[in-house]
Every structure is written in structure tokens, then in C-alpha cells.
Design a protein around this ligand. Structure first.
Ligand code: NAD
Length: 268
């Protein structure tokens, strides 16, 4: 891995497993000091910390001051306390990765409104709460910063049976673009990554079942499910100066899922 993030400080929300874990580890491998946010599984956050520490100390980055921080991203007080802890310790932050999120299936006409609110609160409002704190810091210290939102192909592809999730990811588009425009003049970049079908616990309903997995893969032009590490590579790029002229964009890392795959049949 390149050392593109030497000396940078990054917070990754929902970093106790899945894509968030891979992002935290990759940023550390590239030289960043990372704050690993978790919500309800300290043991898993500690595993992420161990991986991040091994990944970075192996690579001549010295001993970096990685830290675990607990917060429910939908809770304003907990988010405020998380940022206070990080900024008191590091005195600076360069990158926020809004990764925390979850989904729940329900027919939309029977969707429990509290479950609906919870998904919007975590996936979308949580990203707003964390972005506010990061932006306040970036503006106060000057010199820019970067926010990367974990969106989804469902930012643009409808997801029947997952109304709240679809709305939360659709909202990510305007969150990303509006903040990008509002803060571009201060050197702050705001982008998003749109994963396709990735091998993480969020998808355990089908990843371990050969038949269901084949059904998912049949829609993916590149012919396979993606890995968390492949997502992490895109986050690391966007966090780095290699992406210094990119803001307001969503990069879909989805094996071609956003390409209307059914149209393959016209040509094969
Ligand atoms: P995951 O379930 O493995 O990870 C989600 C993480 O978010 C967990 O660590 C969980 O503890 C955390 N989290 C949930 N609620 C939280 C809260 N209130 N506060 C703090 N953290 C909280 O799933 P994943 O696939 O790694 O998902 C990560 C992100 O990627 C999500 O935003 C998800 O929507 C997005 N995504 C995933 C896929 C995929 O196929 N895996 C596809 C598109 C988008």
C-alpha cells in the first residue's frame, strides 16, 4: 500500500465489522491514525484495532495513536462526546468516514414507523450529526478536510421492501452534494462511495446460501460479490491527495450493478 495518509487523522463510524472495519484498517495501512467508532460490540472494535495496529506498525508508520470510540451515531450527545474525546486526544481530524448503517426488510404498507425512523436516524441523520462536528472542526482550524459517506447502489437503484434504507441512501446523494458545494471554498471535500453487493454481515441472509448467492451474482456484470477490502481501497483513494480535485461525487464500486445489467441479454 502507498503511504498516502501519513500524518492524517481519520474517524470511521461503524468500524467494528464489515466495510467500516476494512476502511479503518486500510487507512491505517496507508499511514493514518484512526478512530474506530463502535456502537454495541466492543470485542469486535478491539479486533479492528488489532488489525489496524498490525497493518500500520508493520509498515514503518511507527506506533500510531489509534483509538476506539463508542457512540450511537444517531444520538447527538454521544456524537458530541465522541468528537470531544478524539479532538482532546489528537487536537485534529482530517477525515470523517460516515459508514454506520443498517437495513431491515418489510413490506412498505406494513412498515413499522419506529423501525422506519430508526433507519433514517442512523443511516442519514447520523451522518449529518457527525458531518456537522467534523465540519465545525475543519472550518475552525482551517486547511480543509474530507468527508466520505458510505452510500450504496441504492442511492439510485430502488430497493423494494427496504423503503427506509432506500430513502436513507437516496438522501446521501444530496447530503454529499450540498455539503460539497457549501464547503468547497474552504478546501473541504465531500464525496461518497456506493458499494454494490459486498461480502459483509449485513448480507448474511444470502452470502452463506449457495442458491441465494448465485441469484445475487447473476445480476452483477463482473460476475461476483465484492469484498470489503475493495471498498476500502476506494475510500482510501478519496481520503488521499490523489483525489484532491474530486468533490461532490459518488463513486459506485459495484461490479457494474448500476449499469442496467438486464441489457446484457441484448448483446450476448
Ligand atoms: P455491517 O452490518 O457489517 O456493518 C454496519 C456497521 O454499522 C456495524 O459495525 C454496526 O455496528 C454499525 N452501526 C449500526 N448502527 C449503528 C449506530 N447507531 N451507531 C454506530 N454504528 C452503528 O454492514 P456493512 O455491509 O459493513 O455496512 C456498512 C455500510 O455499507 C452501511 O452504511 C451499508 O448501508 C453500506 N453498504 C453495504 C453494502 C453491502 O453489500 N454490504 C452495500 C451497499 C452499502
Amino acid at each position: 500500500f502507498p503511504s498516502r495518509l501519513n500524518g492524517r487523522y481519520a474517524l470511521v463510524t461503524g468500524a467494528s465489522q464489515g466495510i467500516g472495519r476494512a476502511v479503518a484498517v486500510r487507512l491505517a495501512q496507508e499511514g493514518a491514525t484512526v478512530a474506530i467508532n463502535y456502537f454495541d460490540h466492543l470485542g469486535r472494535a478491539e479486533e479492528t484495532l488489532a488489525l489496524a495496529t498490525t497493518g500500520s506498525s508493520d509498515r514503518g508508520h511507527g506506533k500510531l495513536d489509534h483509538v476506539i470510540v463508542k457512540a450511537d451515531v444517531s444520538n447527538q450527545q454521544e456524537v458530541a462526546a465522541m468528537f470531544e474525546t478524539i479532538l482532546a486526544r489528537w487536537k485534529r481530524l482530517d477525515c470523517l468516514v460516515n459508514n454506520a448503517g443498517f437495513q431491515q426488510e418489510s413490506p412498505s404498507e406494513a412498515l413499522d414507523i419506529e423501525a422506519y425512523r430508526r433507519i433514517i436516524d442512523v443511516n442519514l441523520n447520523g451522518a449529518v450529526l457527525c458531518a456537522q462536528k467534523a465540519l465545525a472542526h475543519f472550518v475552525a482550524r482551517g486547511g480543509g478536510g474530507s468527508i466520505i459517506n458510505c452510500s450504496s447502489v441504492h442511492q439510485i437503484i430502488p430497493k423494494p421492501g427496504y423503503l427506509a434504507y432506500s430513502i436513507s441512501k437516496g438522501g446521501m446523494a444530496n447530503l454529499t452534494r450540498t455539503l460539497a458545494l457549501e464547503f468547497a471554498g474552504r478546501g473541504i471535500r465531500v464525496n461518497a462511495v456506493g458499494p454494490g453487493a459486498i461480502d459483509t454481515p449485513i448480507n448474511e441472509a444470502w452470502t452463506g446460501d449457495a442458491e441465494k448467492r448465485d441469484a445475487v451474482v447473476s445480476h452483477i456484470p463482473l460476475g461476483r460479490v465484492g469484498t470489503p477490502e475493495e471498498m476500502a481501497a476506494v475510500f482510501a483513494f478519496l481520503a488521499s491527495d490523489d483525489a484532491s480535485y474530486i468533490t461532490g461525487q459518488t463513486i459506485y464500486a459495484c461490479g457494474g450493478l448500476t449499469l442496467f445489467p438486464e441489457f446484457r441479454e441484448n448483446w450476448s
